[in-house]
Design a binder for this molecule. Structure first.
Ligand code: ZN
Length: 445
C-alpha cells in the first residue's frame, strides 16, 4: 500500500464510480417497483395494500445482488493489487471464487436482509403517505392515484434517497470485498482504517462520518476497530454498525503485510498441511450422541465440526429445538443432528434451516429410523428459498392425496401413512429439479 494520503485519493476516485454503479441499479429497481403499482385499481380501502404490491422477484433484492457483486469483484481485485505491491501472492482467481461463494450468504445475513427490507419499507411508506395526504385534502382516490402515479413516474422521483442509499451501500460493498480479498492472502496482515477525508481539510460543520479519529488506526484483520464512542466496526460500512456510523460513511479499509524482526513476510500456516479424512471419527461421535437422544420424549440437538469434535449440545422442547443467534452464526459448513420423538422424517423447517444456513449435513433420528440430508447447494437468494419451499408445499399436497388413496384402498394402514408422510415428500422433492439442493438418505434401525 502506498501512503494513506495517496491511497485515500485513489479510493475516493474509485468510490465515485461505485456510487454511480450502485445508483444506477437502485434507480432501476425503484422504477420497476413504481411501474408495478396498480394505481388504476385503487380504492380508498385498498390503496395502502396496492402500494405494498406482492412483487414476485423483489427488484430490490436483485439490485443489491448485482451492485454488491459488481462493486465487490472490482474492488476486491483492486485491493489485491495494492496488497501485491509488497506481497506477490494475491491471486485474483482465488479471490473471485471465494467472493462468489460468500457474497450471497452475506446478503442473506439478518442485518443485510434488514437493510434491504427497510429500503423497501421506506419506499412503500413514502408513496402511501403521498396518497394519504391527498385524500386528507379532500381529493377522491381516483384523483389522488392519478396524481401520484404521475409523480412516481417522473425521472427525478426518489432520486436523492437513491443517491444516499447508493453512497452507503457502495462503502459496505467495497470494504466487505476488501476484507474478503485479504482472506485469500495466506500471510499475516494488518488492517488499516482510512478516513473519508484528510485531516487538513476543515469542513464547517465538521462531518462526523469522516471518522478522522479512526484514520490510520491499525488492528489485526480478525479484530474490530473501535470508534471514539466505543462502537465496534469490522470495516467502514459494517452491517453491524449503527446507522450514524454507517450512513454516508466514505471511509475505506486497506491491508498491509506484517513483517517479522528480519523484515520477512510471515505465512499464516505451513505449506505442508496434512489433509485428513475425518469421516469415520465424525460419524462415530455423532452416532454415539444419537444413541443417547434417540428415544427421548423431547427434542435435542448437537452440532459437530468436520473433525468430529462437538460444538454444542442442547435440549429443546417436545416438538422443537431452537438455536440462538450466536449458534446460528457458527453452524455454516457444520453437522447438526437432532431427534424427532415422533417417527417422522424432516419437517420443511428442518430442511429450510439446513439450506438457508448452509450446513454441511442435517440428521434426524427417531426411535426407529435415521434420516440424513447432505447439503449440496444452499439457497443462493431469497427467491430460490421461496421457490423451493413452495415446491415442498405442492409436493406435500400431492403426497397427501396419494397416501390417502392408498389408505382408502387399504394398501397401507394408518401407521404406514404416518411413517411415510414426510419421507415420501422428501423422496419426491429430491427427484425434482429442486433435488439439486440436497442428498436425502433414510437408514432403518
Ligand atoms: Zn467513515
Amino acid at each position: 500500500m502506498a501512503s494513506i494520503t495517496s491511497y485515500r485519493k485513489t479510493y475516493q476516485r474509485w468510490l465515485k464510480q461505485y456510487e454511480k454503479q450502485a445508483y444506477k441499479e437502485l434507480r432501476k429497481a425503484f422504477k420497476k417497483w413504481g411501474n408495478s403499482i396498480p394505481f388504476s385499481m385503487m380504492t380508498e380501502q385498498n390503496y395502502k395494500q396496492m402500494v405494498d404490491v406482492v412483487v414476485l422477484e423483489s427488484p430490490m433484492v436483485i439490485a443489491y445482488e448485482k451492485l454488491y457483486t459488481d462493486i465487490g469483484l472490482v474492488h476486491g481485485k483492486r485491493t489485491g493489487v495494492q496488497i501485491n505491491k509488497e506481497l506477490k501472492f494475491f491471486k485474483p482467481g482465488d479471490f473471485e471464487s471465494e467472493f462468489i461463494n460468500n457474497i450471497r450468504n452475506f446478503l442473506l445475513t439478518a442485518n443485510m436482509s434488514e437493510r434491504i427490507t427497510s429500503v423497501e419499507g421506506t419506499y412503500i411508506a413514502t408513496i402511501q403517505k403521498l396518497l394519504a395526504n391527498r385524500l386528507e385534502d379532500g381529493k377522491t382516490i381516483a384523483e389522488a392515484s392519478r396524481e401520484i402515479e404521475k409523480i412516481v413516474k417522473k425521472p427525478n422521483f426518489y432520486r436523492w434517497q437513491a443517491e444516499r442509499i447508493a453512497r452507503t451501500e457502495s462503502t459496505t460493498a467495497a470494504n466487505y470485498a476488501a476484507v474478503e480479498a485479504n482472506e485469500v492472502t495466506d500471510f499475516v496482515m494488518e488492517k488499516v482504517w482510512i478516513s473519508g477525508s484528510d485531516s487538513r481539510v476543515r469542513r464547517t460543520p465538521p462531518d462526523k462520518y469522516d471518522h478522522q479519529d479512526l484514520n490510520g488506526k491499525t488492528v489485526d484483520p480478525k479484530e474490530a476497530f473501535s470508534t471514539s464512542r466505543g462502537e465496534k466496526l469490522m470495516f467502514p460500512g459494517d452491517t453491524n454498525g449503527s446507522a450514524g456510523n454507517v450512513i454516508n460513511c466514505r471511509c475505506s479499509v486497506a491491508f498491509r503485510p506484517v513483517r517479522d524482526a528480519n523484515g520477512d513476510l510471515i505465512e499464516k500456516r505451513t505449506s505442508n498441511e496434512v489433509i485428513t479424512d475425518f469421516t469415520e471419527a465424525r460419524n462415530k461421535n455423532i452416532v454415539n450422541y444419537e444413541r443417547t437422544i434417540r428415544n427421548n420424549s423431547y427434542e435435542s440437538a448437537g452440532a459437530y465440526r468436520e473433525d468430529g469434535s462437538l460444538i454444542f449440545k442442547k435440549r429443546g422442547k417436545a416438538k422443537s429445538v431452537s438455536f440462538t443467534n450466536e449458534e446460528v452464526k457458527i453452524v455454516k459448513g457444520k453437522y447438526i443432528t437432532n431427534n424427532h420423538p415422533i417417527d417422522y422424517s424432516y419437517s420443511p423447517e428442518d430442511i429450510d434451516f439446513a439450506l438457508y444456513h448452509d450446513l454441511k449435513q442435517i440428521r434426524a433420528v427417531t426411535p426407529k429410523r435415521t434420516f440424513v440430508a447432505d447439503v449440496i447447494k444452499p439457497f443462493s437468494d431469497r427467491n430460490e428459498q421461496r421457490l423451493f419451499n413452495n415446491y415442498v408445499k405442492r409436493t406435500e399436497n400431492k403426497v397427501v392425496k396419494r397416501l390417502s388413496r392408498q389408505l382408502y384402498k387399504r394398501e397401507i394402514d394408518l401407521q404406514g401413512y404416518k411413517d411415510n408422510y414426510w419421507h415420501e415428500i422428501w423422496v419426491d422433492v429430491e427427484k425434482s429439479k429442486y433435488g439439486k439442493h440436497f442428498k436425502y438418505t433414510k437408514i432403518d434401525g
